[in-house]
Write a protein that binds this ligand. Structure first.
Ligand code: KG4
Ligand code: ZN
Length: 400
């Protein structure tokens, strides 16, 4: 990471951030003011592409990129309006060439639209631009990164590249999500154990303090969210499968099925979910036409297997190392069956370890968590001077 030599006279004051998230299938922009003690959400707009990807049973990268390029101008405009900026012709005098130089080659239409927006909305009080630069779908990430580069260059602000999964970690700290309301910042006790369970990742991150993030375990194959989506698809349930599988699992109290818990007793915090998915495929192939009850039974047993793996690994980590707080993040942390079992495991181990779970609206991808994490990254000096904005690159496989 190249650090900027950028001096800011407002260094110790509040910071008004515009953050962009386009790593997967949500185009999201947040305008947030943060200090060490509090935060205030001016705007938070997310446009989901779920309808587009349903047909394919998962996210299709080229389509995701095109949809982000189409959606980002109106998501940005909505965010400007919600944040109280008013539209008027030539309200901000900008150098169009800066934007065209960055965007026109790759995204000519987008370039015109961003120029038009910036002429109409004077957002020159934004202090810094934050953007998810990975991991995720690289073509999709590039849309956010290029728009962020253009905004940072034209507004002459620093640009902060954020690790998407760091966003999911801090999402559990964001306890209030209403617009135009001031909230106190929550400061976690460390060491913190984060379990990130999303469509692309399933990993345990151990943090001795707020700046050190160490991956201590992860899935060796499918992510939990991916397993949810694949199992759903086998039963003709639309993408994303998680919410519907959760609903039907709750409609029964027990299941005649018992599916494998791969790597449950292995001497590692790593996990594996592809064998579980395959076992369900075999079970389904032995069944005739599936009734709603059959689907509910399968889903119930699937939840049992996933929860037992996650809870057993959490239990081992708690036994092996000091943990003061547990946080969950990622789309699957919206699942109450799984989160309740995790809460139970942690509280049975010790009633002194709180479990923070993100607000349901922040479990899946959103720019508020990216803005929030961007502030932390800025404090760690992970920002880039606007004249070096080209150093911010989309990195689909970004690791920790
Ligand atoms: O974090 P996220 O929005 O995107 C990634 O970064 O992957 O997570 C999306 C994933 C999808 O696989 C979706 O099926 C899953 O989160 N998900 C759920 C639930 N809501 C979303 N999985 C289980 N139960 C849910 N209620
Ligand atoms: Zn995510």
């Amino acid at each position: 990471m190249v650090l900027a030599n950028y001096t800011l006279d407002w260094y110790s004051c509040d910071m008004k951030i515009l953050a962009i998230e386009t790593s997967c299938d949500e185009t999201s922009i947040c305008i947030l003011t943060r200090t060490e003690e509090s935060y205030y959400i001016h705007a938070h707009v997310t446009d989901s592409q779920i309808e587009i990807h349903k047909e394919y049973g998962g996210v299709f990268p080229a389509l995701a990129k095109r949809a982000h390029a189409e959606n980002i101008p109106h998501v940005l405009e909505r965010a400007c309006i919600d944040a109280g900026y008013t539209s008027s012709q030539d309200s901000m005098s900008i150098n169009d060439h800066i934007i065209h130089d960055i965007l026109a080659d790759r995204e000519p239409e987008l370039s015109e639209k961003i120029v038009d927006l910036l002429k109409r909305y004077d957002i020159s009080d934004i202090d810094t631009i934050v953007v998810t630069h990975g991991p995720g779908l690289e073509p999709a990430l590039w849309i956010g990164v290029n728009v962020a580069r253009a905004l940072a260059a034209v507004l002459n602000t620093p640009i902060v590249p954020v690790h998407h999964m760091e966003g999911h970690i801090v999402s559990a700290e964001i306890h209030g999500t209403d617009l135009h309301t001031s909230y106190d910042s929550v400061h976690l006790d460390y060491p913190t154990l984060a379990l990130l369970i999303s469509g692309g990742h399933t990993e345990f991150i151990y943090m001795e303090n707020s700046t050190t993030m160490k991956k201590i375990g992860a899935t060796r194959d499918d992510a939990v969210g991916e397993a949810f989506d694949k199992v759903a698809r086998m039963m003709d349930i639309d993408y994303p499968g998680g919410p519907e599988l959760e609903n039907i699992a709750q409609s029964v109290d027990e299941s005649p099925h018992v599916f494998p818990r791969p790597m449950l007793r292995a001497d590692t915090y790593d996990m594996s979910f592809s064998g579980l998915k395959t076992a369900i495929r075999y079970a389904l192939s032995d069944m005739d036409a599936l009734s709603d009850l059959d689907k509910a039974h399968i889903s119930h047993a699937f939840h049992d297997a996933v929860s037992e793996v996650l809870c057993t690994k959490i239990q081992s980590i708690l036994e092996d190392m000091p943990v003061a707080t547990v946080v969950l993040g990622g789309g699957v942390s919206a699942n109450k069956i799984i989160t309740e079992r995790i809460r139970e495991t942690v509280s049975n181990y010790s009633s002194d370890i709180p479990v923070h779970i993100p607000h349901i609206s922040l479990a899946t991808d959103n720019a508020l968590m990216i803005a929030y994490a961007g502030y932390n990254a800025y404090q760690r000096n992970e920002y880039i001077d606007p004249t070096s904005h080209h150093l911010v690159r989309a990195q689909g496989n970004l690791s920790w």
